[in-house]
Design a protein around this ligand. Structure first.
Ligand SMILES: Nc1ncnc2c1ncn2[C@@H]1O[C@H](COP(=O)(O)OP(=O)(O)OP(=O)(O)O)[C@@H](O)[C@H]1O
Length: 601
C-alpha cells in the first residue's frame, strides 16, 4: 500500500510523462499559434477587466456613500464600456479557444488516422478494432487538459495571482497576509485531488477501450454468438464492464464534488475572515467601504489560482493517462512515409522471384526458411497444398504487407525494397476469398479499382465479370446502395464484384484467392471465362481449389509446410507419387469432376 502510494506520487510528479505528451502536442499547438497569441492577449485584457471591475465597484460604493447623484451618474458610461469590452472579450475568447482546442484535436485525429493507415499490417492486426475506435472517440479528447485554455492557464494563473497580490497589498497589507495563510491548504487539497483523479482516469480509459472492443467483436461476430447461444454470456460481460465503469465514474464524481465543496468552504471562510477584519478596519476609519468591497471582490484571486494550478496539473495528469494509449500506437514506426495511392505509369511487371526468403509472423515459428520460387512473366501459376502450407503468406509478402526477415522478393529483377507501396500495389490486382464491400453504391464499389474509370469501362467490366445483369435487376441498378447499409449480396455476387474490380484495375499481376464455395456450378462456368480472359498476358498466381482452374494453369506448385514439394502440369504431377496425387485422390473420391474443391483443408 505504502509502495503503491509512493509510486503513484512519483508518477504524479514525474516530468517524463508530461514531457512525452508535450513534445507530441507542441507541433500542433505551434500550427495554431495565431489563436494562442490571441488568447494570450485576451488574457491580458481579462486581468485588466478583473481589476477594473473591482475598482469600479469600490469607487461607485464610496461615491454613493459620500458623493451625490450626479457623480454616480458619471460612472455609468465607464461601467457600460467595461461591460461592452467584457462581452467582446468573452466572445472572442470562446472563439479562439475553440480554434486552439478543437483545431488541435482535429489535426491530431487526422494524424492518428494517417499513422494507423501507414502502420505495418502485422502491427495493426495486433490491435482490436474496438480499441482503435476508442482511441478516436475517447482517448484523443483527453488532450483537452494540455491544450487551449488549460495550457494558457499555466501562464494566466500565476500572472493574475501576482497582479492581484500587488494591487491588494496597496489596499491593505494585513488583510492580504491573512488571505495568504489559506494558500498552502488550497495547494495541498488540489494536489491530492489530482493524484486520485489520475489513478481513476487511467482505469476509466482502459475500461472504455475494453467495452468498445467487446461491442465491436459482438457486432462482427453476431452470427457466431447466435449459433453458439452466447448472447447471455456476452450480455453479462457487457453489464459487468458497464457496472465497473459506472463505479469508477461515480468515484470520480464524488471526488470532484468533495473537492468543489472543499474549495467553496475554504473560499467562504476566507471571505468571512476578511469581511470581519475588514469591517474592523472600516469602523476604525483605516479603510473605506468601497476599498473593502474592492478587496473582497479580488481576494478570491489570491485563492483560486493556487487550486487552479493544481487543477491544471491534474488536467495534465488526466491527459497523460488518456494520451499515453494513443502515444503507444503513434510511437510505433510506420511502414511507409506517404499514404499509398494508385499510380499508372510506374507499375512493375516481369518474373516474380522469391529469393532465399525466410519469414515468420511470430518469433520462433518460421513459415518459410530459405524459400525460393520463380514465377515467369505472363504465366498462370496455381498454388495447391494443405491448410497452413503458406499459400496466403506468399500473397501477403508479394504485396508488401509483411516483410521477410531475410532474403528478397523481386518483380522484373527489381527488389520490393526499391519499390514504393504505391507502385507495388498498383501493379497487383487481388481477388480475395472474402470480398469487402464499402457502404455506398455498386458504382462507388467498382470505382475504387483505380481513378478516372468511365461509366462505359465500368459496365464493360461488369459484363465481363458476369455481374451486369444482376446489377441491372437491383432497384436502382448501379446506384443501388450495397454493403453494411444497403442490400446484402451473396458470396458469389460479391466475388464477381471483386473480379470486375480486378478487370477495372487492369494490373499486370493478378492474385486470385479462389473461394471453394462462393460460386455455384453455373456461375463458375461464366466467371471462369471472364477470369481466363482476365488472366491473358498477366502474371497470375492462384491459390487454387478447383480442378478447372488447376487444369488450365501453366504450372502447378504444390506447397507443404512452407516448401514447394512438387511442380509441373496436372498430367505430369498425376504421373508422380506424391502430395498432389494424394490431395487429388482424396478430393476426387467423393466429388464430381465439374466443380471440384481440390485442396485438402
Ligand atoms: N497474421 C498471422 N499471424 C501469425 N501467424 C499467421 C498469420 N497468418 C498466418 N499465420 C500462420 O502462418 C502459417 C501459414 O499460413 P497461410 O495462411 O499462409 O497458409 P495457407 O496455405 O494459405 O492456408 P489456408 O489454405 O488454410 O488459407 C500458418 O501456420 C498460420 O498459422
Amino acid at each position: 500500500m505504502k509502495d503503491q502510494l509512493k509510486s503513484l506520487i512519483t508518477q504524479y510528479f514525474s516530468m517524463k510523462d508530461i514531457r512525452r505528451v508535450f513534445s507530441f502536442v507542441l507541433p500542433y499547438i505551434l500550427k495554431r499559434w495565431k489563436a494562442y497569441i490571441a488568447i494570450l492577449l485576451l488574457l491580458g485584457l481579462d486581468i485588466y477587466l478583473t481589476i477594473a471591475f473591482a475598482k469600479f465597484y469600490g469607487e461607485i460604493t464610496d461615491t454613493a456613500i459620500h458623493g451625490g447623484y450626479k457623480q454616480i451618474l458619471s460612472f455609468i458610461p465607464y461601467g457600460a464600456l467595461l461591460i461592452l469590452i467584457s462581452i467582446a472579450s468573452s466572445v472572442s475568447y470562446t472563439f479562439f479557444n475553440m480554434i486552439a482546442t478543437n483545431g488541435v484535436k482535429m489535426d491530431l485525429k487526422n494524424h492518428f488516422f494517417n499513422h494507423i493507415l501507414r502502420l505495418p499490417s502485422g502491427e495493426v492486426s495486433n490491435y482490436r478494432s474496438g480499441e482503435l475506435m476508442s482511441h478516436f472517440s475517447n482517448d484523443i479528447h483527453g488532450v483537452d487538459g494540455v491544450i487551449g485554455s488549460s495550457l494558457i492557464s499555466l501562464v494566466r494563473l500565476p500572472i493574475i495571482y501576482i497582479v492581484v497580490f500587488v494591487y491588494l497589498v496597496n489596499i491593505n497589507l494585513t488583510l492580504c497576509l491573512v488571505s495568504l495563510v489559506i494558500a498552502p491548504i488550497a495547494a495541498l487539497s488540489g494536489l491530492v485531488f489530482g493524484l486520485l483523479l489520475r489513478k481513476n482516469g487511467r482505469l476509466i480509459h482502459r475500461l472504455v477501450g475494453n467495452i468498445n472492443s467487446l461491442l465491436s467483436e459482438t457486432f462482427h461476430g453476431l452470427m457466431v454468438i447466435r449459433s453458439f447461444t452466447l448472447e447471455k454470456l456476452h450480455y453479462k460481460k457487457y453489464v459487468n464492464q458497464n457496472q465497473e465503469l459506472y463505479q469508477l465514474e461515480l468515484e470520480n464524481a464524488k471526488l470532484q464534488s468533495w473537492y468543489k465543496t472543499g474549495e467553496q468552504i475554504i473560499g467562504s471562510i476566507t471571505f468571512i475572515i476578511n469581511l470581519s477584519i475588514g469591517a474592523l478596519f472600516v469602523s476604525k476609519g483605516e479603510l473605506t467601504v468601497g476599498a473593502l468591497l474592492t478587496f473582497l471582490n479580488l481576494v478570491t484571486h489570491l485563492f483560486y489560482p493556487i487550486t487552479g494550478m493544481a487543477n491544471v496539473w491534474a488536467g495534465f495528469q488526466r491527459s497523460v493517462a488518456a494520451l499515453e494509449r494513443v502515444l503507444d500506437v503513434l510511437e510505433k514506426p510506420a511502414d511507409v512515409k506517404e499514404l499509398p495511392s494508385f499510380t499508372q505509369n510506374s507499375r512493375v511487371n516481369g518474373n516474380i522471384e522469391y529469393r532465399n526468403v525466410t519469414f515468420s509472423y511470430v518469433e520462433n515459428k518460421k513459415v518459410f526458411e530459405h524459400f525460393n520460387l520463380e514465377i515467369p512473366k505472363g504465366k498462370v501459376v496455381a498454388l495447391v497444398g494443405p491448410s497452413g502450407a503458406g499459400k496466403s503468406t506468399l500473397f501477403n509478402l508479394l504485396q508488401g504487407f509483411y516483410k521477410p526477415q531475410s532474403g528478397d522478393i523481386l518483380i522484373g529483377g527489381k527488389s520490393l525494397q526499391e519499390l514504393s507501396a504505391s507502385d507495388l500495389r498498383s501493379s497487383i490486382a487481388l481477388v480475395p476469398q472474402e470480398t469487402f464491400l464499402f457502404s455506398g453504391t455498386v458504382k462507388e464499389n467498382l470505382f475504387i479499382a483505380r481513378p478516372n474509370i468511365t461509366e462505359k469501362e465500368m459496365v464493360e467490366a461488369a459484363i465481363r465479370a458476369e455481374i451486369h445483369d444482376f446489377i441491372l435487376s437491383l432497384p436502382k441498378g448501379y446506384d443501388t446502395e450495397i454493403g453494411e447499409n444497403g442490400i446484402k449480396l451473396s458470396g458469389g455476387q460479391k466475388q464477381r464484384i471483386a473480379i470486375a474490380r480486378a478487370i477495372l484495375k487492369d494490373a499486370p499481376i493478378l492474385l486470385l484467392d479462389e473461394a471453394t464455395s462462393a460460386l455455384d456450378g453455373e456461375t463458375e462456368y461464366y466467371v471462369k471465362e471472364a477470369l481466363e480472359e482476365l488472366m491473358q498476358g498477366r502474371t497470375t498466381i492462384i491459390i487454387a481449389h478447383r480442378l478447372t482452374t488447376i487444369q488450365h494453369s501453366d504450372i502447378i506448385m504444390v506447397m507443404d509446410q512452407g516448401e514447394i514439394v512438387q511442380q509441373g502440369t496436372h498430367n505430369e504431377l498425376m504421373k508422380q507419387i506424391g502430395l498432389y496425387r494424394k490431395l487429388y485422390d482424396s478430393s476426387f473420391s467423393s466429388k464430381s469432376e465439374s466443380n471440384l474443391p481440390l485442396v485438402a483443408k
